[in-house]
Design a protein around this ligand. Structure first.
Ligand SMILES: O=C(O)C(=O)C[C@]1(C(=O)O)C=C[C@@H](O)C=C1
Length: 383
């Protein structure tokens, strides 16, 4: 067969795959409706296990290895669960206006821009995006009613916690209402045809620079220009039209500004993923059928064993912790505020009891929000 002919057939097959994926997504939403009316949890890992085992068997007959089939269906099932969760949570929240105003870092093409698109598109919401130059400006936009939601990066697998965002959460009345993770694939982006070995200046956000520190250590005689966001970095390179100047950011974002990929996979960690939180003025309740996370902050005081005592309360109530972070308290040198993410719904009996007890033994405690967990652990099967 001719190359062009085979390619046409591949293209045709890919279109069919897309149609089947869209059909499966619609079926998943129909399952969600049935589950809502029967009060059943969205996730059913026994069903996933049966499904995966059957698919692995059918795959073998088609010469598709078990690893490939499992990897593909983990992605498909994760999407199915997230779609169903978003639908159920959306029904619980009731109808919103035709569009929502969302504040995020940078402009079109920044990582926060893509995370915002991903989160709200899943909820079938029309977005009016409000690009901002700093995390502080983003929080202010929601506090003042200029925006309905804010999307903020909170941690990254390469650079760890984003302290500035943690610190802002200590002082805002806004609540965390959602979370999402988004892969961050850093590339060197320059003018089309720019030679990689002639780079003299790199524009990037400080977080991006931290996540690519090992790549940057290997370069000499290069000036680094700190930018407010990746989209700000793209814009600077586009405006200067200087082939020795490049930006670091995502490929899709760079494309919007006419930039081309000169190098890829720059992050220190191969799996470079950021977790974003979504905040709003009003807290939400999470449907019982969905796994929830609750984030709270507490100041335990500095008496010996104070933190252990607080964590023992969680243990006694069978509550698992997903993350523990500490940040300085402004004006109180050497005193720390603890940020705790737990895998629990703030309205569950165990969690309300735990919060009551923590209230008694800590000097300060505040729930920052309870929201659907998007941490969908794939079901593992023995092939
Ligand atoms: O069959 C169900 O109960 C579904 O919700 C569908 C589905 C899937 O996409 O296959 C998704 C989530 C469940 O954990 C199991 C399976």
């Amino acid at each position: 067969m001719e190359l062009t002919e085979v390619r046409q057939q591949i293209q045709h097959t890919d279109q069919e795959l897309l149609q089947l994926l869209a059909k499966r997504r619609k079926l998943a939403l129909a399952v969600a409706e049935a589950k809502i009316s029967q009060n059943k949890p969205i996730r059913d890992q026994q069903r996933e296990e049966e499904l995966l085992l059957r698919l692995i068997e059918s795959g073998k007959a088609l010469e598709l290895d078990a690893h490939y089939v499992t990897r593909l269906f983990h992605v498909i099932i994760e999407d199915s669960v997230l779609q169903q969760q978003a639908k159920l949570q959306g029904e619980l929240r009731g109808m919103q206006g035709p569009s929502v105003k969302v504040a995020y870092l940078g402009g079109q093409g920044s990582y926060s821009y893509w995370a915002t698109q991903k989160y709200f598109t899943r909820r079938a919401e029309q977005i009016i995006d409000i690009g901002c130059d700093s995390f502080n400006e983003i929080i202010k936009a929601v506090e003042t009613g200029h925006a309905d939601y804010a999307v903020l990066p909170i941690e990254n697998t390469s650079s760890g916690s984003i302290n500035e965002v943690y610190d802002l959460l200590q002082h805002t009345r806004l609540s965390i209402v959602g979370e999402l993770t988004h892969p961050i694939d850093h590339c060197v982006l320059g003018l089309p045809g720019a030679p990689l070995n002639q780079i003299r200046q790199i524009c990037a956000h400080p977080q991006v620079i931290a996540q690519c520190s090992q790549f940057l250590l290997g370069l000499t005689n290069i000036k680094v220009e700190y930018c407010d966001s990746s989209s700000d970095a793209f814009q600077r390179v586009q405006q200067k039209q200087d082939p020795t100047m490049v930006a670091i950011g995502g490929e899709a974002g760079g494309k919007i500004y006419g930039l081309e990929v000169l190098a890829r996979e720059l992050a220190n960690q191969k799996d470079n993923v950021s977790r974003f939180i979504v905040v709003a003025r009003k807290a939400v309740s999470v449907a019982k059928a969905i796994p929830a996370k609750t984030t709270f902050i507490m100041f335990t005081g500095q008496q010996p064993g104070a933190l252990v005592d607080a964590l023992t309360v969680l243990k006694r109530h069978g509550i698992s912790m997903a993350k523990l972070e500490s940040r300085p308290i402004p004006g109180n040198p050497w005193e720390e505020m603890f940020y705790v993410d737990v895998l629990a719904n703030a309205n569950d009996y165990a969690m309300t009891r735990a919060l009551e007890e923590l209230n008694r033994i800590t000097k300060f405690i505040k729930v920052l929000g309870c929201y659907p967990s998007e941490d969908i652990q794939p079901t593992q099967v023995e092939a």
